[in-house]
Write a protein that binds this ligand. Structure first.
Ligand SMILES: Cc1cc2nc3c(=O)[nH]c(=O)nc-3n(C[C@H](O)[C@H](O)[C@H](O)COP(=O)(O)OP(=O)(O)OC[C@H]3O[C@@H](n4cnc5c(N)ncnc54)[C@H](O)[C@@H]3O)c2cc1C
Ligand code: SF4
Length: 332
């Protein structure tokens, strides 16, 4: 049986110093932070994660939602997903984030899940979660059975011949469309990471999912000031209406004037190996009249480089329709 030590540090410096003793901050890390535990404990029960030390960060003062001096929003790492979704500023100015959070998991899980934990949740690929199976993400070099196996839920964008796992987060898709920044305190000091640079494509190292290094503690996330007059929608398509991950989702933040799109931020979920911002769709939208013909062009652009596997080709058209429908909802 696996045993581990549970640690409650007094301050973030102590937390970082303890975590910095790990060999990696990625799969197989022997020291792990724990927020709500809704990902980590599940994976420990399955022996997918076997940390020797678990650092409980819930006593650290990282649970605030505050305005930033520039008019944006600062969200602490241990803010619960439900508190964030129901915060009046988030509901009013960052509606796409509130909608994405409320589309995820269940009320009970959202009451536990934290901002940082959601950023770092792991794929639901069934082979990753089953230690009897090979998996390049869990054990580099063992192979990817999903490519010839059960891949209906897996990714069509950003895949490699080594891994096609989907990033399952709804929250991160909204954060991508809102151009969030992630703040980390690490052994070498503090740094800020744009959300688009935080998650890594699988490439030849699918075991490495983020740019985090041993000791790196996510302390908070910031959002830029809200864009005046922007319309925001998160639309999630899934096999059942709750307690289910996205087959395809779309986060859109668009501004329209005189019948034309003047600014667009678009991100997709359920289809990418990381939360999938689509500059191609944004470029296809800006300067063009609103309407289904141009929304179809944007959707085609977003999925232009999609690569289907044996069971998930349907996701490509589904994601296109999801994005088109989200855009229609935004301008309605
Ligand atoms: C049944 C079920 C259904 C779900 N459905 C959905 C869904 O539809 N959509 C969706 O988006 N999500 C879904 N989830 C996932 C859920 O949102 C995540 O489990 C949750 O957000 C993780 O947050 P947590 O605080 O519990 O993370 P934890 O389990 O505490 O941690 C997750 C990871 O983050 C690391 N970590 C935590 N905090 C920090 C920090 N501050 N700095 C550095 N590393 C840190 C941990 O070490 C661990 O590796 C579902 C989960 C379950 C169990
Ligand atoms: S898709 Fe990725 S996580 Fe799933 S089996 Fe292949 S390597 Fe493992």
């Amino acid at each position: 049986m696996h045993t581990f030590q549970f640690i409650r540090p007094e301050d973030s410096t102590a937390a970082v110093a303890t975590a910095a003793q790990a060999k990696t901050a990625q799969q197989g890390a022997d020291v792990r932070f724990i927020g709500g535990g809704t990902t980590l404990l599940d994976l420990m029960k399955l022996n997918v994660e076997t940390p020797a030390r678990v650092i409980d960060i819930n006593r650290l003062p990282l649970d605030k939602i505050e305005a930033t001096p520039d008019g944006g929003l600062k969200i602490g790492a241990t803010v619960r997903n439900s508190d964030l979704a129901h915060h009046p500023t988030v509901q009013g100015d960052y509606a796409v984030l509130s909608q994405a959070l409320l589309a995820g998991a269940s009320a009970q899980l959202r009451n536990m899940a934290t901002t940082a934990g959601n950023l770092l949740q792991r794929t639901r690929c069934m082979y990753f979660c089953d230690t009897a199976m090979p998996c390049n993400k869990r054990e580099p070099g063992t192979g990817c059975p999903a490519i010839t196996g059960a891949n209906r839920m897996l990714a069509v964008l950003g895949t490699s011949e080594h891994c096609i796992a989907t990033n399952p987060s709804d929250m991160c898709v909204a954060l991508a469309a809102l151009e969030a920044t992630i703040y980390v305190e690490g052994a070498k000091g503090a740094r800020a990471i744009p959300i688009g640079e935080f998650h890594l494509l699988p490439g030849t190292t699918p075991n490495r999912e983020t740019v985090l290094e041993p000791g790196d503690l996510v302390t908070h996330v910031t959002l830029p000031p809200p864009v005046a007059g922007s319309k925001q929608v998160y639309l999630k398509l899934r096999d059942r209406a709750s307690y289910e991950f996205a087959l395809a989702s779309a986060a859109v933040v668009i501004t329209v004037a005189g019948g034309k799109v003047t600014r667009a931020r678009v991100a997709l979920g359920g289809v990418g190996t990381k939360p999938w911002r689509s500059p191609e769709a944004e470029a296809a939208l800006v300067g063009q009249p609103t309407g289904s013909a141009n929304f179809r062009k944007a959707a085609e652009a977003a999925l232009r480089y999609a690569k289907p596997q044996s069971e998930n080709g349907f996701k490509i058209e589904l994601a296109k329709r999801c994005l088109m429908h989200a855009l229609e909802m935004a301008i309605a």
